[in-house]
Design a protein around this ligand. Structure first.
Ligand SMILES: NC(=O)c1ccc[n+]([C@@H]2O[C@H](COP(=O)([O-])OP(=O)(O)OC[C@H]3O[C@@H](n4cnc5c(N)ncnc54)[C@H](OP(=O)(O)O)[C@@H]3O)[C@@H](O)[C@H]2O)c1
Length: 357
């Protein structure tokens, strides 16, 4: 099998899982590591991954990465930078991203033109991947659609309890949980608009792939205030501040909702009684001929071993990393340009059971 040289860009929860897979998988070779923190810069990539030395030194300079001979960059930073992405693509490296670019064709015209020009210059391709956006809002619905003659509606529900997510920056600063509701509205919170756009990109992709003829994608936000104060991993939620956020993004054709993503995000033990059940996981429902429903849960283990709640929560990071890692060979072989699950095969495990044949 052909070997692909990969740069790991960002070594947080997701990036570190990706890095470990690059080190482990025989068809991938670590070409470099881009970090942000001063402590990690200059260290061996193996120590960042919790392994022995591997002879690749992490850098915090973009120029070092651009100069590398590599086939692909696994781009997984907290904040995105389209300038960096375009420079990487123009330097001849393909790029798979977990934070954005899920349906690059839906970018604003000027941004899309920049990305397309960079791909043309570097003869490279780019896509976004992850658990959601990614697997549950793009890959799996397309796979399921293959079992259906005709689709009337397609709905994806995501429940997430943020209690164990130990990131005050994302939970409080970005998402504005624990803030007064007026600070968390779509008008007041630019991150909510950025984040909402990522989920809407999936609707645009599904609409294009499944011939939905969408006229528009709408969004609706419901905020839930805490009745009592309580503590979570990221800090404290005071009474009266935001403890729940529900977003409904709808792809509409001729006045009818065809595709809907319903994000149901809560903090605290009480799941709102009037929100759709069950309380955990993702549900994909196709109404059509015939109608299908699948419910998805990722855990560290279902039955084979005990795991802490942190390990269970971390399972979603591994899913995100593996979706990105597994798309790399097809992305590298794809025609240059913006790619998505429309024109890439559904990723499958490279290692599988790990045996021969
Ligand atoms: N599509 C999906 O389903 C999905 C799922 C989960 C996460 N994500 C996205 O994937 C990305 C990584 O998630 P994560 O959970 O690994 O995040 P994380 O654990 O918070 O990791 C943070 C990463 O951001 C880097 N960083 C630090 N300061 C930065 C700055 N100023 N600008 C840009 N990056 C900076 C860190 O650098 P170091 O390497 O130096 O530590 C680290 O690599 C995020 O953008 C997240 O939104 C997507």
């Amino acid at each position: 099998m052909k070997t692909y040289r990969v740069v790991q860009w960002g070594t947080g929860n997701v990036g570190n899982e990706s890095l470990r897979s690059i080190l482990d998988l025989p068809h991938l070779e670590l070409a470099g590591v881009r970090v942000y923190s001063d402590e990690k810069a200059g260290t061996d990539a193996g120590s960042i991954a919790g392994r022995g030395a591997v002879g690749v030194t992490a850098t915090n300079r973009t120029e070092d990465v651009l100069a590398l001979d590599a086939d692909c960059v696994a781009y997984m930073p907290r904040n995105t930078d389209l300038d960096d992405v375009c420079r990487i693509l123009a330097s001849g490296k393909n790029l798979v991203a977990t934070p954005f670019l899920f349906y690059g064709h839906g970018l604003p015209d000027a941004d899309r033109a920049r990305v397309e020009a960079a791909c043309a210059e570097g003869s490279s391709s780019v896509c976004g991947m992850g658990i959601h956006p990614g697997l549950l809002g793009m890959v799996l619905p397309l796979v399921l659609s293959g079992a259906v003659r005709r689709i009337e509606t397609l709905t994806i529900q995501e429940r997430a309890n943020w209690d164990f997510y130990d990131s005050p920056r994302i939970t409080f600063d970005n998402m504005r949980f624990g803030k007064p509701p007026e600070e968390a509205t779509l008008d007041a919170n630019p991150f909510a608009r950025f984040n909402g756009d990522l989920f809407q990109q999936q609707i645009h992709m599904l609409g294009a792939a499944l011939h939905a003829g969408l006229d528009e994608v709408t969004q609706e936000q419901t905020l839930l205030a805490a009745e009592e104060g309580f503590d979570v991993a990221a800090g404290r939620i005071e009474r009266g501040t935001v403890r729940g956020q529900r977003y409904r993004w709808r792809g509409v054709a001729r006045g009818e909702t065809k595709i809907e993503i319903d994000a149901l995000w809560t903090l605290g033990p009480d799941y709102p009684s009037d929100w759709p059940r069950p309380k955990e996981g993702w549900t994909i429902t196709i109404e059509g001929e015939p109608s299908l429903r699948t419910h998805f849960i990722s855990l560290a283990s279902f039955a084979r071993r005990d795991a802490t709640i942190e390990e269970h929560v971390h399972a979603a990071d591994i899913v995100t990393a593996m979706q990105a890692i597994h798309v790399i060979p097809d992305l590298c072989e794809a025609a240059p340009g913006i790619r998505s699950p429309i024109d890439l095969p559904a990723p499958r495990s490279a290692l599988g059971f790990g045996g021969a044949g």
